[in-house]
Design a protein around this ligand. Structure first.
Ligand SMILES: [Zn+2]
Length: 68
């Protein structure tokens, strides 16, 4: 999966990242909503694209830095 091309998705669904089913690190749920963000690093003029998968069960947030 190329995280860079993902769009925000409020509809809960399962995701596979780098060939592995994404499971919540806290509750093992497999359903997430996706928020696509730009991270503004302090002291840097470069904004980093990032994907945030939010667990629909416990709301734990899983961040991935988007890369080509
Ligand atoms: Zn969870």
């Amino acid at each position: 999966m190329n995280l860079f091309n993902l769009k925000s998705n409020e509809e809960p669904q399962t995701y596979i990242v780098k060939g592995k089913q994404l499971l919540c690190h806290h509750c093992s749920n497999d359903m997430f909503v996706l928020k696509y963000h730009t991270i503004h690093e302090a002291g840097s003029l470069i904004n980093q694209p990032a994907s945030c998968f939010i667990c629909t069960e416990c709301t734990h947030m899983h961040w991935f830095q988007a890369t080509e």
